[in-house]
Design a protein around this ligand. Sequence first.
Ligand code: URA
Length: 232
Amino acid sequence: MRRLDQLLASLGYGSRREVRSWVEEGRITVKGSVADDPGVRVEAADVLIDGAPPDHPGELLILLNKPAGLVCSRDDSEGPTVYGLLPERWRRRNPAVTTVGRLDKDTTGLLLLTDAGGAVHRLTSPKHKVPKVYRAVLDREPSEALVGLFASGTLVLEGEETPCAPAELRLEGGSEVEVVLTEGRYHQVKRMFASQGYSVVGLDRIRFGNLSVGDLPRGSWKELPISDLNNL
Ligand code: URA
């Protein structure tokens, strides 16, 4: 049970003051009766706002097919953010909806967003080895020797001391490759190739654990059951 004004403010409906004014206007019912106290303790399932149930009172999990040109930071000083693709109310929720890890501005593909904070920590911690599959286009055809090097667990990135965990590299023909990583270091795919003198000219994440982007159009998102976070 939570205070009515706190509940609706946390779901992004507006400030507690705004919720209080809706109560005064008689726009909210609790168990079928018009609410007259913004501090009344409620279950979300008993509340209607203008006759409609609260928007996603439980935790949210969103799978986005990120387009290029959007940053994953909250701060839009580096350009438009992925959060701009979500409904405005979801952007005002508290706890906040955040990305599970980040993709670079020019990277496309599968990005998870959730307000289940514990899961974000778990999934982005180095201990959690959920495989992520990337399709990359390189500036030229890669040498086959890279396959063994990536798998060896000895590749050290510039400025780091701990070698990258073994990664699977599949040569897909021409300058196209697939890389499976179980870590998420800063710019990791680009830096792994850069360490061997290659540039990544296109990068797209197609899988995160057992979730895949499938045929979801670029720039679109879909909701997933929150339980999917526990089965990655
Ligand atoms: N590796 C990168 O270099 N960039 C990304 O966006 C993701 C993985």
